[in-house]
Ligand binder design. Structure first.
Ligand code: SMG
Ligand code: MG
Length: 371
């Protein structure tokens, strides 16, 4: 296809409740929504949608929304214009531009969506999905008190979420996990995510989590601390899971070889796109490493794509793919609904969902047309 126009919608979506992690509290989700217009070889006009998961500030990773927008407009789009482009060649064409994986992922997602819509193929069947619904886990932000945490977790369990992830930080870790275990029992699938808030000297503290039979501990140490994660993994019985550190298939290969990851959280945005995400799935599967699909508070667009990815056979653990209503009273697309602890994998062409015109207008705070 040839790219005719890219429209970047900056949206600002209020969260139903503040979301606190070890690096900060969010009350709104700002995101870049890409609307790509292209023409296929036979002259058909196609539209594709992408979502950039970069946050407003560079706290989860070095990328952030304003920089992602700039790199898309000034560097990524110019590299793709004027020549035939396919989803499978986007990453190669963008390779000379160093880093900026979340920005690249958004562009590749829009091209892939347009291409699949043009062919009438769903993202799930393109990926090779083997299931029509995926188990739904929920990520629980750090709560002001233990009592509030128990209330929130109880609410999600009542709704039917099949796995609970607790965000932790120093001082709100072992006691929080103990309280949840004591209240809800040992059968709840429970894991923790530190978002890089600890260092290796905290190993004795983190080892105290071992008694709670957690599914995994996610990214306790820094993004670049692969060797230290491997050292920590040797000191703990809780399986080590990496999120921030896994920025590519190469990083995944290194982490697996070093013994730094028994489990990998796959996020397409973090690794430069859904195609790289699938490669990491394949690599992990070949190495006997379990994977699950992470979340970045996506709108229905990214949420639908994540559900399609998570339908691959290596995704053996429930992902952070909750219903739209976990974050948004009103989503940009028709909502993804959690039912019986699962989310249906969309079956329509491409992502299977599109932004609702009125919702896009309501949440949009800036529109940039690159014609
Ligand atoms: O989309 O359900 C979601 C959020 C899941 O906890 C989640 N994501 O480190 O895994 C993670 C975080 C990153 C975003 S925190 C603002
Ligand atoms: Mg994480």
């Amino acid at each position: 296809m040839l790219i005719d126009e890219l429209i970047i919608h900056t949206v600002s979506m209020p969260l139903v409740t503040p979301f606190t992690t070890s690096f900060g509290t969010q009350t709104v989700r700002q995101a870049l929504i890409l609307e790509l217009h292209a023409t296929t070889a036979d002259g058909t006009a196609v539209t594709g949608w992408g979502e950039c998961v970069a946050m407003e500030s560079p706290l989860y990773s070095s990328e952030f929304l304003a920089a992602a927008k700039l790199v898309i407009t000034d560097h990524l789009l110019p590299a793709l214009r004027g020549q035939e482009v396919t989803a499978e060649t986007v990453a190669h064409r963008l390779q000379p531009i160093v880093g900026h994986r979340m920005a690249k992922a958004a562009v590749e997602m829009a091209v892939l969506d347009a291409q699949l819509r043009g062919h009438g193929v769903s993202l799930a069947s393109y990926f090779g999905a083997v299931t029509d619904r995926v188990p739904s886990g929920v990520s629980v932000g750090i709560q002001p008190s233990v009592q509030q945490l128990l209330d929130v977790v109880g609410g999600y369990l009542d709704q039917g979420y099949v796995r609970i992830k607790l965000k932790i930080e120093p001082g709100k870790d072992v006691d929080r996990v103990r309280a949840v275990r004591e209240r809800f029992g040992d059968d709840v699938l429970l894991q923790v995510d530190a978002n890089a808030a600890y260092t290796l000297v905290d190993a004795p503290l983190l080892r105290r989590l071992d008694e709670f039979n957690l599914l995994l501990i996610e990214q306790p140490l820094g993004e670049e601390d692969l060797r230290q994660h491997a050292a920590l993994a040797r000191q703990m019985s809780t399986p080590m899971c990496l999120d921030e550190s896994i920025v590519s298939a190469e990083a995944a290969a290194d982490a697996i070889a070093l013994g730094a990851a028994a489990v990998i959280n796959i996020k397409a945005g973090r690794v430069g796109g859904y195609l790289e995400a699938r490669r990491i799935h394949d690599l992990a599967r070949a190495n006997g490493v379990a994977v699950w699909c992470g979340g970045m508070l996506e709108t229905g667009l990214g949420r639908a794509a994540n559900a399609a990815l998570a339908a691959l056979p290596g995704f053996t653990l429930p992902g952070d793919i909750s219903g739209s209503d976990r974050f948004y009273a009103k989503d940009l697309t028709e909502p993804l609904v959690m039912k019986d602890g699962h989310i249906d994998v969309p079956t329509g062409p491409g992502l299977g969902v599109t932004p609702i015109h009125d919702a896009l207008a309501e949440f949009s705070i800036q529109t940039t047309r690159l014609g």
